[in-house]
Design a binder for this molecule. Structure first.
Ligand SMILES: Nc1nc2c(ncn2[C@@H]2O[C@H](COP(=O)(O)OP(=O)(O)OP(=O)(O)O)[C@@H](O)[C@H]2O)c(=O)[nH]1
Ligand SMILES: [Mg+2]
Length: 281
């Protein structure tokens, strides 16, 4: 996989985020619950500095419930405030708002001493492409303002949005880059849709996904597609699934590419079940 994140572009985003940082009281760092480490920016601590921060484990509806709890316990242990959120179904938003008030209490008390009361908390969202930044802004706000897309790179402009709980949100793209150099991280990002599909070899990726899913649990593929995975290579498993799903090209051969697209798509949509790809240890 050859992903180009131009150093110039990276520097520019970093600068833009640092500029916006001075305008806000708190940072919402959003990651994908299925891959909380792979979907974070490796330099995030350096970029945010000592600004209060909440790690939002978004798409929690797609991740394994037990693993979600393990991740929350892990972040608690390492001293990073974290909440589970499902931005599509508006879950975890109250936890997020409550935690925002707890973490900014000092500043609000200082303002109150100066006679300034009920000043909204100002927050900004940062995260890598496709983790759900716009969807979260939409679910927090009463109006459907921020544009949402199922492809990375949809949000382009900045604006303030008044949201629930007397919070003002900077709708900055706040787009950070993940750590591509690590092969496993890059794969996790590709599996979950954080990398544009045009840049990927879908067939190879699906082979890797099937391999990975089978190492996490023998159930995922077998249950969904009713195929036996025993003594079969990922390639053979995909061919089997292709047959079952009628992915056949002229001559009766299996349309391997089509089968791969189905598997990848169903994994990303959560049709195979709630699956977490990486655990704290
Ligand atoms: N299941 C599920 N899907 C989500 C959740 N949040 C976002 N999505 C989906 O993830 C995809 C990306 O969401 P966006 O909100 O556009 O992501 P973004 O971070 O703004 O992406 P960019 O603007 O491209 O950086 C969309 O298809 C959303 O519907 C969630 O909590 N659960
Ligand atoms: Mg967006």
């Amino acid at each position: 996989m050859n992903i180009n994140w131009y150093p110039g572009h990276m520097k520019k985003t970093k600068e833009a985020i640092k500029k916006s940082l001075s305008l806000v009281d708190i940072v919402y760092e959003i990651v994908d619950s299925r891959i909380p480490i792979s979907s974070q920016n490796p330099d995030i601590d350096g970029i945010i500095g000592d600004k209060p921060r909440i790690k939002i484990l978004n798409k929690s509806d797609l991740a394994d419930e037990k693993s979600n709890i393990e991740w929350i316990e892990y972040f608690k242990k390492v001293g990073i405030p974290a909440v589970l959120v499902d931005s599509i179904n508006n879950k975890g938003l109250d936890d997020l708002i409550n935690l925002s008030y707890i973490l900014t209490e000092g500043k609000r008390k200082r303002l109150e001493l100066k006679g300034i009361k009920n000043k909204p908390i100002r927050a900004m969202i940062v995260g890598i492409p496709n983790v759900g930044k716009s969807t979260l802004i939409n679910s927090l706000s009463k109006r459907k303002g921020a544009k949402v897309g199922n492809r990375p790179g949809v949000t382009k402009s900045n604006q303030w949005i008044k949201v629930k709980g007397n919070i003002e949100l900077l709708d900055t793209p706040g787009i950070l880059w993940p750590k591509f150099e690590d092969k496993n991280v890059a794969l996790n990002l590709a599996f979950t849709g954080a990398i544009k599909d045009e840049l990927l070899d879908i067939e190879n990726l699906t082979i890797k996904l099937v391999e990975k899913l089978n190492t996490i649990s023998e159930d995922y593929i077998q249950k969904r597609y009713k195929v036996s995975i025993e003594d079969k290579s990922p390639y053979e498993i995909i061919v089997e699934i292709g047959k079952k799903r009628g992915c056949i090209i002229s001559g009766g051969e299996v349309d391997f590419s089509k089968a791969c697209n189905i598997i990848l798509d169903e994994f990303r949509k959560g049709v195979m079940g709630r699956i977490t790809l990486e655990l704290p240890h």
